[in-house]
Design a protein around this ligand. Sequence first.
Ligand SMILES: Cc1ncc(COP(=O)(O)O)c(C=O)c1O
Length: 383
Amino acid sequence: VSRPLDRLARVRQARIEAGLRRTLHPRSATFDVLLDLASNDYLGLTRDPRVARAAAEAAQAWGTGATGSRLVTGTTALHADTEAELADFVGVEAALLTSSGYLANLAAVTSLTGPSTTLLSDAVNHASIVDACRLSRARVRVLDHRSDSALRDAIANAGEGTDLVVVTDAVFSVDGEAAHLPEVFSAADTADALTIVDEAHSLGVCGDGGRGLAHGCGPADPRHVVTATLSKAFASQGGAVLGSQVVIDHVIDQARPFIFDTGLAPPSVAAAREALRIIRAEPDLPAAACANAGYLSSLATSLGLDASTPDAAVVSIRIGRPQDALMAQQVCRDHGVLVGCFRPPSVPDDDSRLRLTARADLDEPALAQVGAALAAVAARLTG
Ligand SMILES: Cc1ncc(COP(=O)(O)O)c(C=O)c1O
C-alpha cells in the first residue's frame, strides 16, 4: 500500500461524506437541454455568430495559438488594437491583455507591490487576489468585508510614509454585491495609495454602458488600476490589466505572470474585441442582465428563499449545508435549469449557496421556468 495514495483516498472519502466532492460534468454544445444559469456568459454572447466568426477569422489569419510570450512572438496587431479599444472603453490610458483574469490579478498585484508595501485586501476577494497577495511578499492586511471603517482604520494605522495598495473586487463573485468604490477611492486618495479593482463581474455588465463600476469614480486617477477577465461578459478567454501608461509599462517590465506566460491566443483576442464592439453598439445589453438579476432576486425572496440583493448580474441564494445545496441544485436541474452551487472552500462552512447568472438574453418563458424551479426548491427546503 502506498502511504501518500492511501492518504489521498482517505481525504477523498471524507470529502464525499461531507458533500464536498467536486465532479466535472461535460455539458452539451448548446446547453439545449438545460436552461443555463450557471455560466458567466452574462450577455449571452459566447454563441453569437458575430463573435464566433471573429474568432474563426482570427484563427485563419493569425493562427490558433499566440506562438510565444507577449514579449517574444505572442503580440499581434490584434492584441495591440484590442488593448487600445479596451482602454478607451474603460477610460484609461492603456491596457495589457493577459492569458486569464487570474493572471491579470497575479500580474498587477505582484508587480505593483513589494516587501515594503502594505497590501489591504477585502476578506471576500476572489481566490486569484488572495493568491496574488500570498505571492506578493507584501505585508497583507485582510479587511472586514466591505467595511469602510476597517479600511480607514488600516490606512490610519499603516504609519506615515508607508507604501499602500488597496485591492478589492468591484463585484464579489459569490453573492454579486458591489464594493463601496467611491469610499475606497476616497480613503485611498487620503493616503496616496494605489488601488487595484477587479472588474471581472462588472465590466460589460455594470456602470455606464457596461464600463464597469469604477468608471466615473476611479480610473481617471493614474493611481487607480483595473483588472478584468474576458471570460464572462466578453464571451471569450483571457484577462486584462488597465490603467495609466506608467502603471502598464511597469507591469510589462516587472510582472512575472505576464512575462513568463504565453500570450492570449488570437481567436480569443478577436472574440473579446468583437464582444466589446457589440457592447458599445448595444448598451441596453448590460442593463438587461442587471434587470433580470433584480427580477430573479425579488422572485426568490417572494418564495421565502434567502436571496441576495444583486448589484450586478449574479443572484445568490443561501441554503446552508452543502448537502442541502446539492439537493437544491438537483431540484433545479429536474426543472430543466442549471444553476451554480457554491460549497466550502468557496464559501464558509454551512453557508453553501445556489448561484444564478441572470443573463441578458433570458426571455419571459425562461424566467417563468426559473420561477417554477425556485418554487420547487422552496417547497423542498420547507417541506
Ligand atoms: C472576481 C474574479 N476575478 C478573477 C477571476 C479569474 O478570471 P479568469 O477566469 O479569466 O481567470 C474570476 C473568475 O473566473 C473572478 O470571479
